[in-house]
Design a protein around this ligand. Structure first.
Ligand SMILES: CC(C)(COP(=O)(O)OP(=O)(O)OC[C@H]1O[C@@H](n2cnc3c(N)ncnc32)[C@H](O)[C@@H]1OP(=O)(O)O)[C@@H](O)C(=O)NCCC(=O)NCCS
Length: 172
C-alpha cells in the first residue's frame, strides 16, 4: 500500500479532531476526547511549531494515520497512530521506517533513536524489530493505563551507525 506523507496544517483542525475522537486509541494514556480542545491545540501550534512536526499518512487519498514528532536533539518523542481499519497491513512498519529516516536526516547530531512502547503492544514491537531496532530495556510497571493498571514498558533503539549500515545494504 503506497503511503504519501503530508504535513499537517492549521486548516486540518477539524480533520484532526475527528481523527482523534472518532475511535479509541489503545496503548495511549489520556488521549484527548474534546474536539474543541484539539482544534485549539492545532491553532496554538501544538502539532506544528519550531520543534514539533506532524504528518498525515495518506493512502488512496484518505488520511489513515498520524505521526507527531518532537524534534529534540538528544531524544525525539514520537506519537504514531493508524486508524483501526488500516492496522495490520504493514503501514505501521512503513511509517516507522519513514520517520526513522526523517529524524536521522533532520537531526544531524542525533546519535540514537529510542522508542518506548507498552510491553503488550505486539504490533509496535514487531514494527521496531522490522525497522532494525533492538530491544534495550524492560521497565516493570512503568506505563500507567487510564484505569490505573501499571503495565510494563519496553524500549527499542537504533543507533545512527546501524541505520547508515542498513541503508547502505539496501538494493539500489
Ligand atoms: C502500533 C501500530 C502503529 C502498528 O501499525 P500496523 O500497521 O498495525 O502494524 P503492521 O501491519 O506494520 O505490523 C507490524 C508487525 O506486527 C504484526 N501485527 C500486526 N498487528 C498485530 C497484532 N494485533 N498482534 C500481534 N502482531 C501484530 C504484523 O504481523 C507485523 O509483524 P511482521 O513484520 O513480523 O509480519 C498500529 O497498530 C496502531 O496505530 N495502533 C494503535 C496506536 C499505537 O499503539 N501506537 C503506538 C504507540 S507506541
Amino acid at each position: 500500500m503506497p503511503i504519501a506523507y503530508r504535513r499537517l496544517v492549521k486548516a486540518d483542525a477539524d480533520l484532526l479532531a475527528e481523527f482523534i475522537t472518532s475511535e479509541p486509541w489503545p496503548f495511549h494514556s489520556g488521549t484527548a476526547t474534546d474536539p474543541g480542545k484539539i482544534r485549539r491545540k492545532v491553532r496554538r501550534g501544538h502539532y506544528n511549531n519550531r520543534q514539533i512536526r506532524t504528518f498525515w499518512m495518506v493512502v488512496d487519498g484518505a488520511e489513515v494515520g498520524l505521526i507527531r514528532m518532537e524534534l529534540i536533539d538528544e531524544m525525539p518523542r514520537i506519537d504514531l497512530r493508524i486508524r483501526a481499519t488500516h492496522r495490520g497491513h504493514g503501514l505501521g512498519t512503513e511509517a516507522q521506517r519513514w520517520l526513522t529516516d526523517y529524524l536521522f536526516a533532520e537531526l544531524p547530531e542525533l546519535h540514537r533513536l529510542e522508542g518506548p512502547t507498552r510491553h503488550d503492544n505486539h504490533a509496535m514491537r514487531r514494527a521496531f524489530v522490522a525497522c532494525g531496532y533492538t530491544q534495550e530495556a524492560h521497565f516493570r510497571e512503568a506505563w500507567p493505563a487510564p484505569d490505573g493498571t501499571l503495565h510494563d514498558t519496553v524500549v527499542y533503539t537504533i543507533l545512527r551507525r546501524e541505520w547508515t549500515a542498513a541503508r547502505r545494504a539496501e538494493p539500489a
